[in-house]
Design a protein around this ligand. Structure first.
Ligand SMILES: [Zn+2]
Length: 86
C-alpha cells in the first residue's frame, strides 16, 4: 500500500514536471512569435540634428512650425540648436 502511494506521488511529480516543460515550450514559441512581429511595425524616426540620435516624434521635443519641425532627444540638444540658430 505504501508503495502504491509512493508511485502516485512520483507520477504526480512527473506530470507536473511534464506540464511545466510544455508551458515553457509554448511560452518560448509565443514569445518568438511576438518578437517576430515587432520589426514589421514601422515607427518613423527622426534624427536629432545636434547629437545624431534617432528619436520618435511623439516622445521627442520639437522646435519649429508644422511645415518644418526639428526634433530633439532632450532639452539640452534643443537649447544647443536654438543657441546655434538664433
Ligand atoms: Zn540629442
Amino acid at each position: 500500500m505504501l508503495r502504491l502511494a509512493l508511485l502516485i506521488v512520483l507520477f504526480a511529480l512527473a506530470a507536473r514536471a511534464f506540464w511545466r516543460l510544455v508551458d515553457g515550450v509554448v511560452d518560448g514559441f509565443t514569445g518568438r512569435a511576438r518578437r517576430g512581429t515587432v520589426p514589421q511595425r514601422s515607427v518613423s524616426m527622426v534624427r536629432d540634428p545636434v547629437c545624431g540620435t534617432y528619436v520618435i516624434p511623439d516622445r521627442a521635443l520639437a522646435v519649429g512650425d508644422a511645415s518644418q519641425q526639428v526634433f530633439f532627444c532632450s532639452s539640452r540638444c534643443r537649447d544647443k540648436y536654438r543657441a546655434k540658430t538664433a
